[in-house]
Design a protein around this ligand. Structure first.
Ligand code: 13P
Ligand code: SF4
Length: 302
């Protein structure tokens, strides 16, 4: 089937099923082109909460689709490629978090959405890279536990210096590959370009960035900046969207900064997902109630 035929059939099925397609900014171009809404983790959660559709086809990684299901338990949430996970989300388990809480009694747990529903269920509130500062400030406490991302936690702590962060040791293997040397090479090649990076990057990288932003923040930055060239310290998939929306600007990715899980979903799999209603996300009721509270507490902040 050609891309046009897939797109036509997907449109037909969306109507029949009353479905909406939510797509993360790192997805491959052919999947981004099928999106009803394209965004970052926070924006996608907000869209899931607001949609009237009965079916959500979620193109991203597992924790994102699971978060949509937590917010909309009555809807069918489908993942076209259920094998697309997030290695960072698997770096903390609910059991380990329970032990960690026992070692630090009284400290509320702030959990990055890049985590399993079981871990969210042991948390007080969730955050994304777009709202981590706001979430921690909203707690107004002396110290917090922050899981699983050590680098997002380190960056957020620097913005909220009066709060002590007890950090877990997780990280994103993709963003961890971004080094100051890689950035220096790109800056030497494109001396007029701004350098923006994701807060999942190492502290020595966020320290040399012109701005530290979620992927949604990068979309806004690209639109508003007077700079015509931008080096992207994040997963390369976002460059497609940025160029589509800002054809007069140049976006440079860093070599080898790809998340294999974000590349697993294809247009064919989106079509198969709608045709066969596959693969639905299910969450244990015992876990989902408590996990939902942590996500909803975050969403209530706006
Ligand atoms: P955003 O919420 O900024 O899109 O980030 C999600 C993610 O997985 C980054 O690696
Ligand atoms: Fe997870 Fe990193 Fe991939 Fe984002 S880029 S989904 S944090 S592995």
């Amino acid at each position: 089937m050609t891309a046009a035929e897939i797109s036509e059939r997907v449109a037909q099925l969306k109507q029949e099923r009353n479905a909406v397609i939510l797509v993360h900014n790192y997805q491959i171009p052919e999947v981004q082109d099928l999106a009803d809404y394209l965004g970052d983790s926070l924006g996608l959660s907000q869209q899931a909460a607001e949609t009237d559709a009965e079916v959500i086809v979620f193109c991203g990684v597992h924790f994102m689709a699971q978060t949509a299901k937590l917010i909309c338990p009555e809807k069918t949430v489908l993942m076209p490629e259920p094998g697309a996970g997030c290695p960072m989300a698997d770096m903390v388990t609910a059991e380990a978090l329970v032990d960690f809480k026992a070692e630090h009694p009284g400290a509320p747990v702030v959990t990055y959405v890049n985590s399993t529903a079981e871990v969210k269920a042991e948390s007080d509130i969730c955050c994304t890279s777009a709202n981590s500062v706001r979430v921690v400030e909203s707690l107004d406490v002396e110290r917090i536990i922050f899981v699983p991302d050590h680098f997002l936690g380190t960056w957020t702590q620097a913005q909220v210096p009066d709060t002590e962060f007890i950090l877990w040791g997780g990280f994103c293997p993709t963003h961890a590959r971004i080094t100051p040397e890689l950035v220096a090479e790109a800056r030497a090649k494109y001396p007029d370009a701004a350098f923006v990076c994701h807060p999942e990057c190492r502290p020595e990288v966020t320290a040399i960035a012109d701005a530290v932003l979620s992927t949604g923040g990068m979309v806004k930055f690209a639109r508003e900046t007077q700079t015509r060239e931008v080096i992207l310290g994040t997963e390369e998939g976002i460059a497609y969207r940025l160029k589509q929306e800002n054809p007069d600007k140049e976006f440079y990715t860093l070599p080898g900064i790809t998340c294999p899980n974000m590349k697993m979903t294809t247009a064919e799999k989106v079509l198969a997902s709608l045709e066969q209603m596959q693969y639905p996300i299910e969450i244990e009721p015992e876990v989902s109630g408590r996990a939902r509270s942590a996500v909803e507490r975050m969403l209530a902040l706006g």
